[in-house]
Structures are given as structure tokens and as C-alpha cells.
Design a binder for this molecule. Structure first.
Ligand SMILES: Nc1ncnc2c1ncn2[C@@H]1O[C@H](COP(=O)(O)OP(=O)(O)OP(=O)(O)O)[C@@H](O)[C@H]1O
Ligand SMILES: [Mg+2]
Length: 403
């Protein structure tokens, strides 16, 4: 493209009211590598000037309607053509008496009739070369500016990548310390329990293992194992989501039954928090029941964890537009707009989390599960007024390729 532009011919404008003079000039300059445009009047010249960018204009001074000088003044008056070099072609006795007003503004020269072929050619060459050099400089300037702009853009992209990299590194470090901390707690309890049991056994103290104590131990072990298994499952799910390997296996599922089981289970384990359910019968669709259970468990455990011990409600129903609706509402401290914008991202925890255990993965995973069914999770909350997480699912949970 650059080459094509440099090879473009410089354009020369010749203006004379006599066609024979134009022909003579064209014949004289034809072989000088110029694109020649001829005009027989000032007006015709002005319309050519609107269309083309000229390297030089050769103006006959004496023309009937608009003299060469008048035309030159108009040329100088327009910002587009103000710097066009002008050579007046005049009879020798006319030029000195005329003071051309635009003279100081740009290159002006004179040729006198009868025209000397060599003088014409050399003047035209000097102006044309000047023009071509200027044009090349302008082109280079544009290229430099474009390169500069590209450089700035690359720099901005680099800065952004660097910031993202730093965030990723920070997240990795935080993640490592969170995971170790989360695993340490149940492992610590189990290690302690295990060493107490081993000591008792070594001392032959079988009385220590009363039925009541054994039951408590088994329950504690189950709790610690559940919390570690959940942590590892969450991490595996995140990895599946990140690698686009999350798969869902829809089967005929009664959402009300599924929710009721989970609510009953929670009532047994967390009986201290009032748990209400408003479950419509017959909300049946094609969903991956284990994934949807996981979503409800995540929302419910959040409501119990962050709901400040106040009643929690689980609802199942259908929306007016025929989607299934599963909602978990609590009356806890609520979620600020700032937190709402980020808690669905991985490892993001809001103000309510404090120092409580958790990796900030539950909502991230849940939203992916629901979206994989073609649905979505909506959050409605205000600080101090509790939170309502609403899951909307199309009745047939079409697997979505985006997850
Ligand atoms: N019902 C709620 N009320 C107030 N804040 C909530 C509620 N549910 C979630 N949050 C906020 O959103 C954050 C993200 O929740 P999410 O379930 O993703 O992670 P987590 O509960 O912190 O940890 P994890 O679920 O991985 O154990 C929580 O840390 C909490 O700050
Ligand atoms: Mg959670």
C-alpha cells in the first residue's frame, strides 16, 4: 500500500483561457511523470481543486472572467489549498505592477511569455520534487503516529495482562492458604481423636470406648470427612467448570420432592434454626438432580451460615412464564450492592463471611450448574434486610454448551 501511494503521480493544474496554450503546455510537460489537469477558466480550475490535491498550479494571468491573480487569491483563501505553490504565466510587461496579496503566504513564482521550455520544465520539476518530499514526510509522520498509537495500545494491553496475572497469582496464593486452612481444621480434629484412641487402646483401656462415646466419635468422623469431601468436590467442580468439562445428566425430577428431602435433612442436623418450606406439588422437569441438590444445599447452607439464626424459607413453584422456581430466603444481615456484584465469582466472599470457614466457591459453582441447565440465579437483597436467592430453571434443563 505504501509503495502504491509513493508511486502515485504528482498532479499539475494548468489554467489558461486559450486551448492552444493548454495543449502546448501539456505537450511540453507530458513526459515529466506528472498527471496533468487542464482548466480553461478560473471556475473550472476551482472545481478541479475541490476534487484533487495538486503539487503545483500554473495560472495564466490574463483570463477574461477571472484573472490568474483573482483565482490565486481564492486559492489562498481556502485552507485546503492555501499552501498550493502557484506559478503565474504572464506577459512580461504585466507582472511587476500587480501586488498579489497572498504572496507572503506561500510559494509563488513567475514565468513569462513567450515560454522558454527549459525554464518551464525546471520550475515545474523543483516544485514537484518539493511536493513529493512533503508528501513523503507527511506519510512518514502518519506512520509514526500510527506506530505510536499501536505502541500505546500494546502498552495498555500489557498493563492489563500484568494486572490480571498479578490478580491470578494473588488468587492462587490465597487459594493455597485457604485450602490448607480448610483442610487443616478437620484433619486436626481427626488427628487428635485418632491419637487419643490409639493411646487408650495401647493402655488396654477398652472401657473408654463406651457405646455413647463410639457413637459420638463416628458422628464426629463423619462430619470431618464430609467437610473434607465437600471441599475436594468443590475444587473438582471448579476445575471442571474452568476446563469446560462440566456435564449434566438430566432425568425426570420432582423439584418439590428433592427440596423437601433436603429441608428434612437440614431440620434434623440444624434443628436450632427455624426452617420453613412452601413447596408446590407437581413441579417436575428434566434436570440433573444431584447438581440441583448441590445448588439447594449451597444456598441453604449459606442462608443458615449467614442468616444470623433467624428463620429461613425454602420455596418451590412455577413462574407465570412456565419456569420452575426454587427460592431460599433468609432474614440475616443481607448483601451490599458491592458484594452482590462479585460474590458469584470464584473465591469471592462478602462482608457476612468474616472469619467463618468457606472458600467462596458455593455460589460460583451453583450459578454454573444452573446455567448449564439453561437457567439462572437471581439475587435480591439489601443490607440489614436478609437475602433471597432465586433459581429459575426451564422445565427441560437443556444442557448448555457454554459451561
Ligand atoms: N444468604 C446470604 N446472606 C449474606 N451473605 C451471603 C449469603 N449467601 C452468600 N453470601 C455471601 O456470599 C459469599 C460467597 O458465598 P459462597 O457460597 O460462594 O462462598 P462461601 O459460603 O463463602 O464459601 P463456600 O460456599 O465455598 O463454603 C459468602 O462468603 C457471603 O459473604
Ligand atoms: Mg457458601
Amino acid at each position: 500500500m505504501t509503495e502504491a501511494r509513493t508511486q502515485e503521480l504528482a498532479k499539475l493544474l494548468i489554467v489558461d483561457d486559450l486551448p492552444e496554450n493548454l495543449l502546448a503546455l501539456e505537450a511540453l510537460l507530458r513526459d515529466d511523470g506528472l498527471e496533468i489537469h487542464a482548466a480553461q477558466s478560473g471556475e473550472a480550475a476551482l472545481s478541479l481543486l475541490l476534487e484533487h490535491e495538486f503539487a503545483l498550479a500554473l495560472l495564466d494571468v490574463q483570463m477574461p472572467e477571472m484573472s490568474g491573480f483573482e483565482l490565486a487569491e481564492l486559492i489562498r483563501g481556502s485552507s485546503r489549498t492555501a499552501h498550493l505553490p502557484i506559478v503565474f504565466v504572464s506577459a512580461a510587461d504585466h507582472e511587476p505592477s500587480y501586488t498579489f496579496r497572498g504572496y507572503e503566504n506561500g510559494a509563488v513564482d513567475f514565468l513569462f511569455k513567450p515560454l522558454d521550455a527549459l525554464a518551464v520544465k525546471s520550475k515545474v520539476r523543483v516544485f514537484t520534487e518539493l511536493y513529493l518530499k512533503r508528501r513523503e514526510l507527511r506519510r512518514q509522520l502518519i506512520e509514526v503516529e500510527a506506530a505510536h498509537a499501536r505502541q500505546e495500545q500494546l502498552l495498555a494491553e500489557l498493563k492489563q495482562t500484568q494486572a490480571e496475572l498479578q490478580r491470578a497469582l494473588r488468587m492462587r496464593d490465597e487459594f493455597m492458604s485457604m485450602v490448607s486452612h480448610e483442610l487443616r481444621t478437620p484433619l486436626g480434629v481427626m488427628t487428635l481423636d485418632q491419637s487419643v484412641r490409639r493411646d487408650r487402646l495401647e493402655r488396654g483401656d477398652l472401657a473408654y470406648f463406651s457405646e455413647e462415646r463410639l457413637r459420638a466419635m463416628v458422628a464426629r468422623d463423619a462430619r470431618q470427612l464430609r467437610s473434607m469431601t465437600r471441599l475436594i468436590d468443590d475444587m473438582l467442580d471448579v476445575s471442571r467448570i474452568q476446563h469446560g468439562k462440566l456435564s449434566i445428566r438430566p432425568s425426570r425430577t420432582d423439584l418439590g420432592e428433592l427440596a423437601q428431602h433436603i429441608v428434612d435433612d437440614y431440620t434434623v442436623h440444624f434443628g436450632q434454626v427455624p426452617l420453613h418450606s412452601r413447596i408446590e406439588a407437581g413441579v417436575v422437569g428434566d434436570w440433573d438432580d444431584s447438581r440441583i441438590s448441590q445448588v439447594l444445599v449451597n444456598l441453604l447452607s449459606n442462608a443458615l451460615r449467614y442468616g444470623e439464626g433467624r428463620p429461613v424459607t425454602v420455596e418451590v413453584g412455577a413462574t407465570a412464564d412456565g419456569q420452575a422456581r426454587l427460592a431460599v430466603t433468609d432474614q440475616g444481615r443481607g448483601i451490599s450492592a458491592h458484594d452482590q456484584a462479585r460474590i458469584f465469582e470464584q473465591f469471592e466472599r462478602g462482608a457476612a463471611a468474616g472469619n467463618s470457614p468457606g472458600l467462596g466457591l458455593g455460589l460460583f459453582i451453583s450459578r454454573h450448574f444452573v446455567r448449564a441447565h439453561g437457567g439462572d440465579i437471581r439475587l435480591c437483597s439489601e443490607p440489614g434486610r436478609g437475602a433471597c436467592f432465586e433459581v429459575l430453571l426451564p422445565m427441560s434443563g437443556q444442557p448448555q454448551s457454554s459451561c
